[in-house]
Design a protein around this ligand. Structure first.
Ligand code: SF4
Ligand code: SF4
Length: 404
């Protein structure tokens, strides 16, 4: 009801920019949600499609002068759709049995990745359905194993606090080396890092697919595991997961047994760039030309834009170049590139063209989904030589930066 139909959100919405279709704009989607809620529109393929096609990138939320909480509207609409709309069997198979059954569980992910690598070695891609071909193509050729002890002490005399580390499901399996670097950076910045057993998926994958009950179950489990550890902060290596953790207070606000505990947990969550100490700018330690892609859940959802740029400018000096449309979604959006491949491909091509315009040799970002999507886009454009790196991995390649 807060939406005044001003349309200021349209100019930042990736699906509207690509289609020019009001149904694929935030304003159109909010109107549709109200129609569904009031019973003036019925659930069906044509009303569900614009909601499915929303990236959940939240670019529309900070652009809205009326403070419409679009994330909340989207989560509840998707929850309603999953409870009351019958999807075709192929969609159920993809959403419930592949994404929800495999991705949030590291050992199932490992099995899936082994199968994907085998399919690639045996060149079986052509016989696979399209979404599986995309998945196989995106599997990194090299994966470093996560190697994080339960307790990892600060490695400098001046200590700053105790951090609980959530390893993430996709992140821990496909980007174990990035998790190792996050912990090493925190230790060098003066933080003791605790990585408890018993933690689980942040719940974002479930929430994106409309399964709020499972997202809440993940939140309760993580809160119970981390709150017993006497932590100053809680941190994870991917911005999508980081935002999900910051939202636990909101997700469990109506649960009397958990609301307070969830709010206390969320108040401790930080991003890596919020904990690394500020550095003097322009010392040009890196010789590469570097650009920066903003993860939607870091820039739009958490409003963190200045800190990563400050670090990159400090390390790269004049060799840091701004990426046009840096905060426009790359099309990854959790599992969106699997459920909505056509729009994901369009946004991937747009991101790739913008990157090529900068002349950068390294693209830095902070989210595992963006890393996979942008790498695949550059490879498809014949530029696999342009490195796409998580900020933590990039900093590890630069001697003396930023916390050594
Ligand atoms: S969501 Fe906000 S910005 Fe978009 S039309 Fe409604 S009031 Fe305007
Ligand atoms: S979340 Fe992103 S894709 Fe969805 S309506 Fe808002 S800006 Fe558009």
């Amino acid at each position: 009801m807060r939406c005044v139909h001003c349309g200021l959100c349209l100019a930042v919405c990736p699906t509207y920019l690509e289609t020019g279709d009001e149904n694929h704009s935030p304003r159109g989607r909010i109107y549709l949600m109200r129609q569904l809620q009031s019973g003036r529109a019925e659930l069906g393929a044509t009303t569900v499609q614009p909601v499915d096609a929303c990236l959940g990138c939240l670019a529309c939320q900070p652009a809205c002068p009326a403070n419409v909480n679009y994330a909340d509207l989207l989560d509840h609409t998707r929850h309603h759709i999953e409870r009351h709309h019958r999807r075709p069997a192929a969609e159920v198979l993809l959403r419930r049995w592949l994404i929800e059954f495999v991705f949030p569980h590291p050992w199932r992910m490992r099995l899936g990745l082994a199968g994907a690598r085998l399919a690639r070695t045996l060149r079986l891609q052509k016989v696979l359905p399209e979404f599986m071909r995309k998945m196989v193509a995106m599997v990194p050729t090299e994966m470093i194993r996560q190697n994080i002890p339960p307790r990892s002490p600060a490695t400098v005399p001046e200590t700053r606090g105790r951090v609980g580390f959530l390893t993430g499901c996709v992140q821990s399996v496909m980007f174990g080396g990035t998790n190792n670097q996050c912990v090493a950076l925190l230790n060098r910045a003066g933080y003791e890092v605790v990585t408890p057993a018993g933690q689980t998926c942040c719940g974002a994958l479930y929430a994106h697919l409309g399964d709020l009950e499972e997202a809440r179950a993940c939140a309760r489990r993580n809160i119970a595991v981390f709150e017993a550890l006497n932590l100053d902060y809680v941190l994870t290596g991917g911005s999508g997961c980081g935002f999900a953790l910051k939202e636990y207070g909101h997700l469990l606000r109506d649960d009397p047994a958990w609301a307070q505990r969830a709010a206390a947990f969320s108040s401790r969550v930080r991003e890596l760039v919020e904990l690394l100490p500020p550095r003097p700018s322009g010392n040009g330690l890196s010789q590469a030309i570097v650009t920066y892609h903003e993860s939607c859940h870091l820039a739009h959802a958490q409003g963190i834009r200045r800190e990563p740029r400050a670090i990159l400018r400090a390390v790269c000096g004049e060799r840091f170049v701004e990426l046009p449309e840096s905060d426009l979604c790359c099309g990854s959006a959790g599992s969106y590139n699997l459920t909505q491949p056509e729009m994901a491909d369009r946004l991937q091509r747009r991101k790739t063209a913008n990157i090529l315009r900068t002349g950068a040799t390294i693209v830095v970002t902070t989210n595992p989904g963006c890393l996979l999507q942008i790498r695949a886009g550059l490879a498809a454009a014949g530029r696999p030589d342009i490195a796409v790196m998580h900020l933590a991995d990039f900093l590890a390649t630069v001697p003396g930066a930023p916390t050594a």
